[in-house]
Design a protein around this ligand. Structure first.
Ligand code: EPZ
Length: 428
């Protein structure tokens, strides 16, 4: 069902908001339950289509899965080794995270190749090179990946050429039950990596150094289940701050982990926002007019996160001055630029750089969400624009932002979700 958001802009976002569990933590943690032979209780698990896609794969593999509110229960005692078919893998490309878990559990994994997505080719060479170091033989043919290590995975010393989040996660999952001690250098340092390590260690694994860039993982015989609470979503948190800043608003984020949004807060302060950290709450009050932040470059954590590039670009599109953004992580993550320009922004792309000349006021229009974070950027721009904005293809946005309409409405936004047939009827 194609659905869209109808937004009437010009309302200041004000109030306080609780932040959902982190999508990019929940997904690898759910995949990691395949390694366990018991029941896991995963709290603060957001209700998102990407999470649903992951639960569908767990069910396909024979796990018993249930949800009570925002707690998901997974019983992996009956897990079997079955090839993961294309329809399940293509619902969400980051399902590649099942590779390390299934290989670690069974010594063989077969799944459809994940393919690219809207923001880039998303190669998995770093994942596969690392799994070969554990002794796996890997064949890729007819769109399928088959990993085999019949004698069981053996620990390895691995240095990643790039601190890939997904490759780090697959290495952690494969190393948990490999024979011996694995060392990993140039690992990703994102908070979601530490959250995955916390889940695995609570399930009986032995992982040291998560979050530091260097890890030591002692293989253990088996993992049990455990009870784990997913960390708050740092990208959703700062996405809502960007929307508040663009509307001249004042928003309090409740009960997050302020350190996780540390790489983004300087942008808000440099643009003139008053940002106060109060325990686990963060308050952001926008200035009457935002100031452009001259240079923004996306980097692996703890640098400025690529997932915030689009929401912050929207914010800079109404700031006074010019911002140069350089997207160093993904090769095609500017699809939201043309749509922001339809709303009256002045942005041009030159290779990996986007030059954002701030304008005083955006004007409502009909736009199409190109991907998850670009879609949020368009919603935020619609909230700041004069008049009405329709954002189409919102399925991208609902992959990562739980109850986004209710959340924004609670902050004073005028936003409605319209199913395609309803929108057509209302246009007739
Ligand atoms: C994770 O993707 C996140 N997804 C992404 O969030 C996030 O943007 C990204 O990390 C970077 O922080 C999940 O956690 C589910 P990478 P991942 O491997 O693991 C290249 C969102 O909006 N690369 O760190 O795929 C790759 O092409 C999503 O929530 C290789 O070349 O990111 C990219 O240019 C979008 N070979 C760069 O590394 C490989 O084998 C970063 O990729 C793997 C990656």
């Amino acid at each position: 069902m194609n659905a869209s958001f109808e937004i009437t802009g010009g309302k200041r976002l004000q109030g306080e908001i609780s932040i959902q569990g982190a999508k990019n933590s929940a997904l690898p943690i759910l995949a990691a339950t395949v390694l366990t032979d018991g029941v896991s209780e995963i709290r603060n698990c957001p209700a998102l289509s990407d999470v649903q896609a992951t639960l569908n794969i767990l069910r396909h593999l024979g796990c018993e899965v249930s949800r009570k509110g925002n707690t998901v229960f997974v019983n992996s005692q009956g897990v079997q080794n079955k090839p993961i078919p294309e329809d399940l893998m293509h619902e969400m490309r980051s399902s590649i995270i099942f590779l390390g878990a299934v290989l670690g559990r069974f010594g063989r994994a077969e799944m459809s190749a994940p393919g690219g997505c809207e923001i880039g080719l998303r190669p998995i060479d770093l994942h596969l090179d690392a799994l070969r170091k554990f002794g796996a033989s890997i064949s890729e043919e007819h769109g399928k990946i088959i990993c085999e290590c019949p004698s069981g995975l053996r620990a390895a010393d691995i240095t990643l050429s790039f601190p890939s989040v997904g490759a780090t996660e697959n290495i952690m999952l494969a190393a948990c039950t490999a024979e011996g001690t694995t060392t990993l250098f140039n690992a990703a340092r994102e908070p979601e990596i530490s959250d995955l390590a916390d889940f695995l260690n609570a399930s009986g694994a032995w992982i040291q150094g998560a979050g530091s860039g260097e890890m030591v993982i002692e293989g253990v015989r088996a993992l049990s289940g455990c009870r784990h609470t997913v960390i708050p979503d740092r990208i959703v948190a700062t996405s809502y701050l960007a929307a508040a800043a663009m509307t001249g608003g004042c928003v309090r984020l409740k009960d997050i982990i302020p350190a996780h949004i540390g790489p983004v807060l300087p942008i808000f302060r440099e643009s003139g926002c008053d940002v106060q950290v109060k325990g686990r709450d963060v308050c952001c009050t926008a200035p009457p007019v935002l100031r452009a932040v001259k240079n923004i470059r996306t980097m692996p954590y703890p640098g400025f996160p690529t997932d915030m590039q689009a929401p912050i670009m929207a914010m800079m599109s109404v700031a006074e001055g010019t911002t140069v953004i350089v997207e160093t992580i993904f090769e095609s993550r500017y699809k939201h630029v043309s749509e922001l320009n339809r709303l009256g922004a002045h942005i041009r792309v030159e290779g990996r750089a986007a030059v954002v000349e701030g304008v005083r006021q955006l004007t409502g229009a009909s736009v199409v969400s190109p991907d998850l974070r670009g879609g949020f950027a368009l919603v935020a721009a619609g909230l700041a624009a004069k008049g009405k904005t329709t954002v189409k293809e919102i399925r991208h946005i609902e992959r990562g932002y739980e109850d986004i309409c209710a959340a924004l409405t609670s902050l004073g936004a005028e936003i409605k979700r319209m199913d395609e047939h309803v929108r057509q009827q209302s246009n007739e």
